[in-house]
Design a binder for this molecule. Sequence first.
Ligand SMILES: NC(=O)c1ccc[n+]([C@@H]2O[C@H](COP(=O)([O-])OP(=O)(O)OC[C@H]3O[C@@H](n4cnc5c(N)ncnc54)[C@H](OP(=O)(O)O)[C@@H]3O)[C@@H](O)[C@H]2O)c1
Length: 200
Amino acid sequence: MVGANSRGVLVGYYLTASGAERAFTDRGGHFTPVDAPGAGRRPGQGTIAVDINDSGVVAGYYTGRHGKYGFVLRRGRFTIVRYPPGSRSTWASGVADNGTIAVMSSGLASITENVAGVWDGYSASKVALNMLVRGFASRHSRRKRAVILMAPGWVRTDMGGPEADLDIHESVPRVVDIVTSQIGRPGLRFLDYTGRTVAW
Ligand SMILES: NC(=O)c1ccc[n+]([C@@H]2O[C@H](COP(=O)([O-])OP(=O)(O)OC[C@H]3O[C@@H](n4cnc5c(N)ncnc54)[C@H](OP(=O)(O)O)[C@@H]3O)[C@@H](O)[C@H]2O)c1
């Protein structure tokens, strides 16, 4: 046994008769073997589960004929983790409970602040987006995730146009910094690219 979540689900691995490793999950005594697609069946090959979070997402790695790769297993679906492209060996050894969900909103979605009546249809669509995300966050409020509605500023993109305030490199790195700074801070927040709280 290697990992466990706070709901008492265990993950780990054992050796099969052929000498290969095989991962398992154990939910209250209900034991399920886990084989990653591509995992080999020979000694020194197979699947190893390393960790599980409270949502039941499993992280681990497998060894096949072509190398050792990480995987994330969520609701029966494997996502292979292989960084950088072309590498022969990547391990996935943890999976966070406190991930951050960031959704691209807009300052124009602020009914309080957007008093000038610009881009009404677009603004209304982002208000609707905010409402949907607010509902999502409310329904998942027991989770430890941060849910961030992001207003990136007015940016010179195809959509923003040449008159916009900010170049992409003036907005996007700050958006990334603000989103990253919210890791481990559960709850819903509407923030702009400077970290300011935007009024609903
Ligand atoms: N620029 C701003 O000032 C500003 C301000 C506030 C919020 N935002 C928000 O930031 C986000 C990005 O905006 P942007 O300014 O970068 O816009 P953009 O320059 O128009 O780029 C939009 C991107 O979305 C892709 N896309 C559009 N429809 C899609 C679809 N149905 N499926 C998959 N991809 C699709 C486009 O792909 P193709 O190139 O292949 O068409 C393009 O790469 C948007 O949500 C926007 O509302 C932008």
